[in-house]
Design a binder for this molecule. Structure first.
Ligand SMILES: [Zn+2]
Length: 214
């Protein structure tokens, strides 16, 4: 199936989504989570709210994007290590960057989450009643919220011209995946990006994030 067709299914009609899974092993390149951050970040980005160095969460890279969008940048999520800062200032950040392998040396803080690959499943039809959908990590389709009463925050991002790009749900961590804690309170992260359907592009301009705990 062509990239344009996949893009339209995921981001145009939003009739389908691409499931994301935590792989069994780590990888040095491509889509991954936990472990050391991408090498292109020479130093840790700082939290714009409290100044702490951010912890690295995950990267969605071109190995996944190339099947669904004409886009080659990677998107990485970083979060503030301070829970109150995450909770009250929504300190979760989506940064775009060129394809970049993992660091090989120490970062300011050891990542509390082991490094694993992120792998994509097959493009899947969206469920009719999204509120009935279980927790899942995915690209495209419609966001599955934990707190539906707070959908207004996400709708506000759409009014800013951003669109739902992907979500990562802590409930989708596999058995045996080593984490120190559920950083988002057994929650899910939602990333809104700029989409250009005419060119099947996804860009990081104005990227915003929301997370919800369970
Ligand atoms: Zn902070």
């Amino acid at each position: 199936m062509g990239v344009e067709e996949n893009y339209q299914k995921l981001f145009g009609q939003r009739s389908h989504y691409l499931p994301l899974h935590v792989g069994a092993k780590d990888v040095a390149t491509g889509s991954r989570m936990g472990g050391l951050p991408p090498l292109c970040f020479e130093t840790a980005p700082w939290c714009i709210h409290c100044g702490r160095p951010l912890d690295y969460y995950l990267t969605i890279a071109s190995d996944i994007w190339q099947t669904i969008a004409h886009h080659t940048d990677s998107f990485s999520l970083f979060y503030c290590p301070d829970f109150d800062c995450r909770l009250y200032a929504n300190s979760l950040f989506c940064l775009s960057h060129p394809e970049s392998p993992r660091h090989v040396m120490a970062w300011p803080r050891a990542n509390p989450m082991e490094g694993r690959a992120i792998v994509a499943g097959e493009i899947t039809p969206e469920v009719e009643d999204i509120r009935e959908a279980g927790s899942i990590s995915k690209i495209g389709g419609r966001p599955i919220l934990i707190q539906w009463g707070r959908i207004g925050r996400l709708e506000a991002l759409e009014q800013e011209g951003l669109q739902f790009a992907f979500q990562f749900d802590e409930e989708s961590y596999p058995r045996g995946f080593q984490i120190q804690s559920y950083v988002f309170g057994c929650g899910a992260c939602y990333v809104y990006l700029s989409l250009d359907g005419s060119r099947s592009w996804i860009t990081a301009v104005g990227a915003k994030t929301v997370w919800q705990n369970s």
